[in-house]
Design a protein around this ligand. Sequence first.
Ligand code: CAO
Length: 442
Amino acid sequence: MAQTNLPEVSSKPFGQDGKALDGVRILDFTHVQSGPTCTQLLAWFGADVIKVERPGVGDITRGQLVDVKGADSLYFTMLNHNKRSITIDSKHKQGKRVLDALIKTCDVLVENFAPGALDRMGLTWDYIHKLNPRMIVASVKGFGPGPYEDCKVYENVAQCAGGSASTTGFRDGPPLVTGAQIGDSGTGLHLALGIVSALYQRMRTGRGQKVLCAMQDGVLNLARVKLRDQQRLKAGPLTEYSQYGEGIPFGDATPRAGNDSGGGQPGRILKCKGWENDPNAYIYFITQAPVWEPICDLIGEPTWKTDPEFATPKARLPKLNQIFGRIEQWTMTKTKFEVMNLCNAVDIPVGPILSMKEIAEEKSLRDTGTVVEVDHPKRGKYLSVGNPIKMSDSISEVTRSPLLGEHTDEILKDVLGFNPDEIEEIKKSGALSAPKKEEKAA
Ligand code: CAO
C-alpha cells in the first residue's frame, strides 16, 4: 500500500461519515463564472465557502440577465450554491481588518480578479503567506506569464486564444465558439483539482502554495487532440477528416473539422425524422469499425459487409460522404430516439441531439441529482445543475445560493470571534455596507 499513516477504516455506512472536504474553509473572492464554478464544487465536497462580496453590489452576475425582478439572476444562483456571503469593502481599513482575520482562519483563498487587482488591495502573496503560511492562494487568470498576462479575459476570448475556436466549425465557415463554457467552467474545474492537490501536499509540507490556472491553458488542455493533429499534419493529410475524402488539400494548421469525430472512428451528425421543423431532430452516428456489419444490416446495405470498396476502415475513409449520406437516408425515416434504440441494441454508438428542454425534463438526470430543483426565497423554484462528480462516501446536497451579505453577522461572530463591540465598530466604519447615495455622488 502506498500510504501507511492512514486512520482506521471507518465503520460508518458509506455516505454517513461526513464529506470529503469537511473542515476545509475557503475565502472565496471569486466573481462571474470561472472562480465561482471552482468554489461551488469545493462547497459540494463539504468545504465551508465564505464568499466575499463588494457591499451593495456583490458579484456582478447577481444583476446580470435578470429574469425575476428583485431576485438574484439564474446566472448567479446557478454558480453559487452551498456558499455563505459576507460583504466587505476590501479597500477600507476596517474591511482589511476583517479580511486579515479571514486569511488567518481559512485554508484557501480563491480569486479570479483582473491581473494585479488582489495586489492593489494589498493582498500580495508575501502578505498573505506571512499572515498564514498554510494558506493556499488559488487564481484564475486569462493568460499565464507572457505577453498577454495583463489582459482581462472572458469565456470566448479564452476559447479563441486556447485553440478551440480555430478548430471548431466548418472548414468553409468562420471559427466558432462552443456553447459549453470550457474557458470559464473548464478552468474552474482545473483550479479545483489544483486546490485539492495543494491541500493534499500541505498535509506533508505544512505550507500553502500558489495555484494558477490560466484560461488559455485550460482551453488548450481540453483542445489537446487538435495540437495532436497539428503535429500529425507533417506526416501527411488527416485521413479521418472529411476534407481528405473530398480531395481538399490541407494547409499548415489544424483545420476546422465540422462534425467529424476527433478520434479514429468516423462520425457525423445526421438528420432524423422531423428535422424540417425540429432544430434538434438529429443524431450523432459513429461508424465504429467493430460494428460495421450491424450498421450495413440496419441500413439495408448487406453487400457493403464484404464489398472490398467498403469492407475495411481504410477503404471507407475516402467515401465517408457517400456512406454517411446512405446512413442518413435511413435515420431520416426514424426519430432520434428510435435510431438510438435500434443502434444500441446492436452496440452501435449514437448520440441523440438533446435540447436543453429535453435535458431539463429527463427523469434519469433528476434521479441522479445532476439536474436539481432548488427553492429560493426571492425567486421561488428553479432548476440547476447539481454536482456532476458522484462520490459514494461524500454525498452532495445542493442548497440555494446566499443573498448578498446574508451571513455577514454570523461570520464575524462565529467564524472570526469578534465581540459585539468590535462588530459594532467595524459596522459603524462603513466597511461592510454600501456607501450612502450622497457619499457615492461625492
Ligand atoms: N471591495 C472593494 N473593491 C473590490 C471588491 C471588494 N469587495 N471586489 C472587487 N473589487 C474591485 C477590485 O479590487 C478591482 O479594483 P481595481 O481595478 O481598482 O484594483 C475592481 O473591483 C474590479 O475588479 P476586476 O477588474 O476583477 O473586475 P472587472 O469587472 O473589471 O473584470 C474580469 C472582470 C472577469 C474580466 C476580470 O476580473 C478578469 O480578467 N479576471 C480573470 C479572468 C477570469 O476569471 N475571467 C473569467 C470571468 S468569468 O466569465
